[in-house]
Design a protein around this ligand. Structure first.
Ligand code: 6PG
Length: 253
């Protein structure tokens, strides 16, 4: 069965953040009811921060089944967790420190080994411990939340890197600056790979601003682009991929 793409377009970034936060609550409530837990891999970057802030505030904060919610990370920069570039720090400030989410439900990417490859191996071990069911090749997180770069990268899967091509490991690493000299936070990164994104029941992609429009279009259009962005791998997802877009990112006038 092919992937199901859903495009939701909102007037502005506020609409995107609110809609994404509300959908996360509904999804978490349903999974907590059906399966007794909701495993969510959060994204870094700037776009999702407003969504996290909404989840940490009333009325959504009290609607989230925090005790049954497990938080993972789609990628992380190879910096200390208190570093300004740390995704954990951003999520912690926007969400984790402001809710009743038990700390034992949060699984940050370890970044405290000097060798980034070891950090990736450690996180892979954790994900396999939590999600490796006997014959399953893909881990089944309930939700993977993603941003998307103007170049069409997702998580830290940058074009031309072995990370973007990885199809067996669940976690790997890349040197973002070698992949894209213009990238902010030009540090080595630990990232989940395509199999983790493909196996998720739901994938949410948040994109705002005209700079993302071309990448979004090259993912959602049926015709195969001449130079497909990394995010086109979303078309092999087993679950539902929902794009939360403002008009600019949707290419709407
Ligand atoms: C990161 C993210 C990265 C981000 C995109 C979009 O760690 O930075 O994983 O993939 O989602 O680069 O970033 P913005 O939301 O800041 O535009």
């Amino acid at each position: 069965m092919g992937v199901t793409f859903v495009r939701k377009v909102y007037t502005d970034a506020v609409g995107v953040s609110r809609a994404a936060a509300e959908r996360i609550v509904l999804l978490a409530q349903q999974r907590a009811l059906d399966a007794g837990r909701c495993a969510i891999a959060l994204s870094g970057g700037k776009t999702p921060a407003a969504t996290y802030a909404l989840l940490a505030a009333e009325p959504l904060a009290q609607q989230m089944p925090w005790a049954k919610t497990k938080i993972y990370f789609g990628d992380e920069r190879h910096v200390p967790h208190d570093h300004p570039d740390s995704n954990y720090r951003m999520v912690s400030e926007a969400l984790l420190t402001k809710t009743t989410l038990p700390s034992e439900n949060v699984f940050p990417v370890p970044t405290d080994h000097e060798d980034v490859a070891v950090c990736a191996e450690w996180y892979e071990d954790l994900l396999r411990l939590h999600f490796q069911r006997s014959s399953d090749v893909l881990p089944h997180l309930d939700l993977v939340l993603l941003g998307i770069g103007p170049d069409g990268h997702i998580a830290s899967l940058f074009a031309g890197t072995s990370a973007a091509a990885e199809r067996k490991r669940w976690v790997t690493w890349c040197d973002a600056s070698s992949a894209d000299p213009t990238i902010t936070a030009a540090v080595k990164r630990i990232t989940v790979t395509a199999p983790v994104i493909w196996g998720a029941a739901d994938v949410f992609v948040l994109a705002t601003g005209a700079a993302k429009a071309a990448a979004v279009a090259m993912v959602t259009q049926d015709a195969e682009p001449a130079d497909p962005p990394v995010a086109r791998m979303l078309r092999q997802c087993q679950g539902v991929v929902t794009f939360f877009l403002d008009k600019a990112a949707a290419g709407a006038s």
